[in-house]
Design a protein around this ligand. Structure first.
Ligand code: MLT
Length: 262
């Protein structure tokens, strides 16, 4: 970790003079989700990753968060590092945070990258699944919940072919504080729907989706791309919901090519 600001673990790579890119990870993971991308991009871009409040090495506190809290955290990072027009890149829950940040303060960003995410808020069915997950964790089944949730995020092929890598990620997720995990579940369940403002996004936008993503499938993400005038869509063939990890080269090259053109 490079710094611990406002109880958030923040990691920077590259030179401050370069265009900043802030990467926001998904749930229930941490900043290491973007390791392949920051390793490939840091020579030309100022890469900033961080652990979302409640996850990784960021403090869980009382577990009372909302997506607004997470957007405030993102804003505090931009202010702390005095970042001028960073590119914002979010995956899944990181995408929920990014879409709300753009809704609140689009003028602060140079461009947007959305990976495997959705603009719609949770359906009642999904809210009930989140409630069930919290109940399971309260009943001492934290590991069981993480096992099932994390496995569902990956395409089966990745799990069988890259078993060791998968287990490292799974074990890292199990190290999260259950208070933080429950806080994130509640924040996601309570999030607003950002669909009606997608057509107001005017900054360049790259949309990346795994062909085998069960959580935010290609048709859902293509519909987002259709609504954002300035967007382009990249399908990561053979990836599930965790595209930057499952198909790091495709995702890194899509980001690199996009960043060169904005
Ligand atoms: C994520 O990857 O951040 C989660 O799958 C998002 C969600 O549960 O809605």
């Amino acid at each position: 970790m490079n710094s611990f600001i406002n109880n958030l673990a923040i990691y920077t790579k590259g030179e401050e003079k370069n265009l900043p890119v802030i990467f926001v990870h998904g749930f229930p993971f941490d900043h290491t989700m973007w390791d392949a991308q920051t390793a490939a991009l840091y020579k030309n871009y100022y890469c900033i990753t961080y652990d979302i409040r409640g996850l990784g090495k960021s403090a869980a506190g009382d577990g009372q968060y909302t997506i607004e809290t997470f957007v405030d955290d993102l804003n505090s990072i931009i202010d702390h590092f005095k970042l001028k027009k960073p590119v914002l890149c979010g995956l899944s829950m990181g995408g929920y945070i990014s879409l709300r940040a753009i809704e609140r303060m689009q003028e602060k960003f140079r461009a947007l990258i959305l990976c495997d995410t959705k603009s719609v808020s949770d359906s009642d069915e999904t809210k009930l699944k989140r409630a069930k997950a919290i109940q399971r964790i309260n009943e001492g089944q934290f590991e069981g919940f993480i096992n099932e949730f994390v496995a569902n995020c990956f395409y089966e092929e990745f799990i069988s072919e890259k078993r060791k890598e998968f287990e490292t990620i799974l074990n890292r997720s199990k190290k999260n504080n259950p208070i933080g995990v429950k806080g994130c579940l509640l924040a996601m369940a309570a999030r607003t729907d950002t669909s009606s403002t997608l057509n107001k996004i005017s900054i360049p936008c790259l949309i990346v989706c795994g062909s085998e993503d069960k959580i935010s499938p290609p048709d859902v993400m293509m519909a987002i791309a259709d609504k954002i005038k300035s967007s382009e869509f990249v399908l990561a063939e053979g990836a599930g919901h965790m595209t930057p990890i499952e198909k790091p080269k495709i995702v890194t090259e899509a980001i690199r090519s996009f960043l060169k053109r904005i």
